[in-house]
Design a protein around this ligand. Structure first.
Ligand code: ZN
Length: 151
């Protein structure tokens, strides 16, 4: 496993739309492992492939310690409710902002074995799913935040 370099706001790669994964190759599995290591080393709860310079629809999320969600080609299929709260991003260091997100989110994706999975998240997990999936479409939370401040 290797720790990857996290791209920072201002880097064009963060503004591009990522392509779907067509085949889960050993290279993709290695990317998943490296992304998890990178996320943990940076003390984050989520990381999307474009944040490490790879324009593929892949995210890892670890809201609950030890339970890493590896999502390939994830798609939000349902949302409910609303929450407003503080959000930060490993690609936007030293800042946080207030962002409105759905309270509950349902996501369909593939896991590392190519099986279809459905994830239902509330609260922080719902927020993390929305935040990470936004990265796959070149969006950053600062685009949606009502308020952003330096830490
Ligand atoms: Zn982010």
């Amino acid at each position: 496993m290797a720790k990857l370099q996290i791209r920072k706001i201002g880097d064009d790669v963060l503004r591009k739309v990522s392509r779907p994964v067509e085949e889960i190759t050993p290279r993709i599995l290695m990317l998943l492992a490296d992304m998890t290591e990178t996320m943990r080393a940076a003390d984050g709860v989520g990381l999307a492939a474009p944040q490490v310079g790879v324009l593929r629809r892949i995210v890892v999320i670890e809201v609950e310690e030890g339970n890493v969600l590896e999502l390939i080609n994830p798609k939000i299929v349902a949302t409910a409710g609303e929450q407003e709260g503080a959000e930060g991003c490993l690609s936007v260091p030293g800042r946080h902002g207030i962002v409105k997100r759905p309270q509950h989110v349902t996501v369909r994706a593939l896991n590392r074995y190519g099986e279809r999975v459905e994830i239902r998240g509330s609260d922080l997990l719902a927020r993390a799913l929305c935040h990470e999936l936004d990265h796959l479409d070149g969006k950053l939370y600062v685009d949606r935040a009502s308020y952003v401040e330096e830490e």
